[in-house]
Write a protein that binds this ligand. Structure first.
Ligand code: GFB
Length: 311
């Protein structure tokens, strides 16, 4: 990408979009366009096509999505499938119509079968049943991969897809009902410490394993792929290491400095038992993550304390 290339970051206010904007600015890109969801509703096709016709971006990072943790996915499945399908279809079609040079679509590791062999290779897609709690989101994200693939085949569009593992970091969502596990536990342990609570509730058994990638590492990978990768196969982005949710809880408990108990709420879903990504293709291209989980959690906790998110 040339230094003055016109780049559109869809979802620039979210955790991923804001990390991509930060990384672009660090690398000296200044011609970045974005719209808030109030200024541009990406589920409205005519509005999206008018925006692309007016701005004509050369590159697009499609990081806008309706996202959330296991409970949000399970309770609002219609919202998750509808909004994510509309956003990706509108942006990808408008990018094609306005002659975008290259587009990067971001999915999620939940696209893979619940019981896929671990670590999960890209070829595992569509080889088995999905995890029920996030089937809606997964089907929408699989459709996004297929849109990029078929726009490449039929129209020659250079649209690529990347599938990140579970993400965390600054500007994450810390709402206890709709967030992912890592920010939820940072908030739960912090509040239990400051309010002198005797215990913190962990959802489910704590036995599932998850892989966590710091969002600035993801942003780095997105720019890396935008510069160096052009093919129809989606690529996994992760650290290649995972841990049990119970271990994660103990790690966050220590970092926050909480001394009470951890109790399990077995009425809450565990979700998929494991979703460790095989990242050998991305490593083969020369990219690997930099931030360790411990350092990433410390930075995220520091940001949480200084960002005013703490009630
Ligand atoms: O991060 P999480 O909500 O999403 O849950 P998934 C991961 C694991 O942490 C589950 C457990 O086994 C949860 O039961 N957990 C324990 C908690 N305590 C908590 C808590 O306080 N809050 C939350 N949220 N979880 C999502 C998909 O699955 O992964 C999305 O639903 C997306 O679509 C995302 O793909 C990356 O990793 O289970």
């Amino acid at each position: 990408m040339k230094a003055n290339a016109k780049i559109y970051v869809a979802g620039h206010r979210g955790m991923v979009g804001s990390a991509i904007v930060r990384r672009l600015k660090e690398k000296g890109f200044t011609n970045i366009v974005y719209r808030s969801s109030k200024e541009l509703d990406l589920t409205r096709q005519a509005a999206v096509e008018a925006f692309f016709a007016e701005e004509k971006p050369e590159y697009v990072f499609l990081a806008a999505a309706k996202v959330g943790g296991i409970l949000a996915n399970n309770n609002y499945s219609a919202d998750f499938i509808y909004r994510n399908l509309m956003i990706e279809a509108n942006v990808i079609e408008a990018a094609y119509r306005s002659g975008v040079k290259k587009l990067l679509f971001l999915g999620s590791s939940c696209i893979y079968p619940k019981m896929a062999d671990q670590p999960i290779v890209e070829e595992a897609l569509l080889t088995g049943r999905l995890e029920p709690t996030n089937e809606a989101y997964a089907v929408a994200k699989i459709a996004g991969i297929e849109l990029c693939k078929f726009y490449r085949r039929q129209y020659g569009c250079d649209f690529i897809s990347a599938m990140p593992t579970n993400l965390y970091g600054t500007y994450d969502n810390f709402d206890l009902e709709t967030s992912h596990v890592l920010p939820a536990l940072i908030r739960k342990f912090h509040e239990a410490k400051t309010e002198g609570k005797s215990e913190v509730v962990l959802w489910g058994s704590g036995k599932p394993r998850r892989e966590f990638l710091y969002v600035d590492d993801l942003a780095n990978a997105c720019l890396f792929l935008m510069e160096r990768y052009s093919d129809e196969l989606h690529l996994n982005i992760g650290t290649g290491e995972d841990l049990e949710i119970g271990e994660l809880a103990r790690l966050i408990k220590d970092i926050v400095g909480y001394e009470g108990k951890i109790v399990n709420d077995m009425a809450k879903p565990d979700g998929t038992p494991r979703k460790l990504l095989d990242v050998s293709r991305l490593h083969g291209l020369g990219w690997s993550h930099q931030m360790s989980l411990t350092d990433g959690i410390k930075r995220t906790y520091e940001w949480y304390l200084n960002s005013g998110r703490e009630e």
